[in-house]
Design a binder for this molecule. Sequence first.
Ligand code: FES
Length: 112
Amino acid sequence: MKWHKVLNTEDVKYPFIKKVKVGNVTIALVGVENEICALAARCPHAGEDLSSGWCKDGKLVCPVHRYSYDIHTGRGNPGQGDYVDTYPVEIRKDGVYVGIKEKWGFVKKLFR
Ligand code: FES
């Protein structure tokens, strides 16, 4: 797991939804009620940008067809049959960090 700084502490003003790019991953960063969650920004229904949606009752709502995803688990509403990936978030003194698993991390460890 590699941690990436995505926001400075002074840029955190609740509530917010921001799109951040970490390597090849585009993330919808959702800040509500002094908590920050990170979800994949691409809606699995038809590929729209979830970071341009809104948050309601702990769910991120896609602005196009209004599918919604739990901000903690990424699970779609019952009946949708889909989900989005979620990522761990750490709020540190100097900012907000998102953890991304390295695809080839296990291979790198073999050669250390
Ligand atoms: S593209 Fe998101 S609900 Fe259809």
